[in-house]
Write a protein that binds this ligand. Structure first.
Ligand code: SME
Length: 173
């Protein structure tokens, strides 16, 4: 199976990670930073056909859609943990790579064009606080290169979760 990220530009994930870090650091606040990060992933990687972040809601039972970028809005703005591919990744804390969404009985359909999907949990202090969800129009669009890269991206996004304590600004004591 091919890995488009590695094939098109060896080393690109490392550069893209620095770009995510810079994008997050330059944003006005956590919501803007999350939006800028998903926009960057969507624009930079042609096989990332829809990119969104879901956050675990305060009850800990549902995922709630946060920033997203793509051709269409999804109807799945709230997903119970344990439901769908998104809910499975949140429940297990494991990255999910689905080569053929139509062959996966867990799949919650969003877009008629989607053929494959990757979901990467976002952790804070060992607990899942959210996830990155990416849909692809090609079968088997995602592999281990994407998984390892997006797991590093997820670590950069964890501080953006709703309710996170804001970092003290310059001049505060
Ligand atoms: N397909 C996901 C639902 C979210 S949409 O892809 C944006 C799932 O099965 O959980």
């Amino acid at each position: 199976m091919s890995h488009p990220v590695a094939e098109t530009a060896p080393g690109e994930p490392v550069d893209a990670l620095a770009l995510v870090r810079d994008t997050v650091a330059a944003a006005a606040g956590p919501v803007e930073a999350g939006q800028a990060a998903v926009d960057m992933l969507y624009e930079r990687f042609p096989h990332y056909d829809w990119v969104g972040i879901y956050w675990v809601d305060p009850s800990g039972t549902e995922l709630v859609l946060g920033p997203w970028t793509g051709p269409e809005a999804t109807e799945h703005t709230r997903i119970p943990i344990g439901t769908g591919i998104c809910g499975a990744a949140a429940a297990s804390g494991q990255t999910e790579i689905v080569d053929d969404v139509n062959a996966d009985p867990r799949y919650l359909a969003c877009f008629t064009t989607t053929r494959s999907e990757i979901v990467v949990p976002i952790f804070h202090e060992g607990s899942v606080v959210g996830e990155i969800d990416i849909d692809g129009s090609d079968p088997a669009a995602y592999g281990e290169t994407d998984a390892r890269f997006l797991e590093e991206v997820a670590a950069l996004l964890a501080p953006l979760r709703p309710g996170a304590t804001a970092q003290p600004g310059p001049g505060s004591s």
